[in-house]
Ligand binder design. Structure first.
Ligand SMILES: CC(=O)[C@@H](O)[C@H](O)COP(=O)(O)O
Ligand SMILES: NCC(=O)COP(=O)(O)O
Length: 237
């Protein structure tokens, strides 16, 4: 079975745009779990433009499914994750000014750093995952860091599959086969959506978890707008 972890960054973006507490991030996390999501993902960034460090603590007692915290393991992030102790930490090498995550780790070049930081998390009972591009050498490199899982960076698949190129799945399938041989668990995320998730799942053996945010929240708006308009119209009669 593949678990669905809902990334709630976008809910925090919306909240922050008005300065109040609507929508409420913690309530949203409670609701997605009530509706069946098997995990909650957040990706606090150093500028706190969406998820704030305080949200990470506020969510902890409310997430009874898998709590996945993603981010670049700068010291402030590492200390917070060690303090909160989520189910899983996903290490993402994003630059401070990146609009969103745009590359996986070079697991060979950064091996020593990753080995140290992963050891620290694992000693504290936190499952570790490394965000990687779908390249065989990066999967082998990920194994050498001691990580429990990889998260396949699916932006390229989503883009090319959206243009009609089904072969865009091939490097992901090849990496998944290798990861399974090496004993690495497989997660995936970035730009997955209702349009591509079924095809992706069918071609990735033993896909453990997908984290989905941007498309899922957008789809919720599209699919929910008719209901809400009608609720307003009823009240305005
Ligand atoms: C790691 C990843 O793939 C990203 O999707 C990320 O978690 C989303 O972050 P933003 O919401 O800041 O774009
Ligand atoms: N790890 C990927 C994630 O959490 C969500 O990415 P996206 O669906 O917002 O692109």
């Amino acid at each position: 079975m593949t678990k669905l972890s809902v990334n709630i960054n976008k809910i925090a973006t919306l909240r922050n745009s008005r300065g109040g507490d609507v929508p409420n991030v913690v309530q949203f996390a409670r609701d997605v779990q009530k509706f069946g999501a098997q995990g909650v993902t957040i990706h606090p960034r150093p500028d706190e433009r969406h998820i704030r460090y305080q949200d990470v603590y506020d969510l902890k007692p409310e997430v009874y499914t898998e709590y996945n915290i993603e981010g670049n393991p700068i010291r402030q992030f590492v200390d917070m994750v060690l303090d909160v102790k989520p189910t899983q930490v996903t290490l993402v090498p994003d630059a401070e000014d990146a609009i969103t995550s745009n590359a996986g780790w070079d697991t060979i070049k950064h091996k020593d750093f990753l080995v140290d930081v992963i050891k620290e998390f694992k000693q504290n009972g936190i499952r570790t995952s490394i965000f990687v591009d779908p390249e065989l050498k990066q999967i082998e490199g990920a194994k050498a860091t001691g990580a429990d899982r990889i998260e396949l960076y699916t932006e390229a698949f989503a883009h090319h599959y959206g243009l009609g190129n089904e072969m865009a799945i091939k490097p992901y399938t090849d990496c998944a086969v290798l990861a399974n041989v090496l004993g690495l668990g497989i997660n995936a995320g970035h730009d997955l959506s209702l349009d591509n998730i079924k095809f992706f799942k069918q071609h990735i053996p033993d896909l453990l978890e997908v984290s989905i945010g941007h498309a899922l929240i957008s789809e919720s708006l599209y699919l929910g707008i008719e209901n809400v308009i009608n609720m307003y119209l009823r009240q305005l009669k």
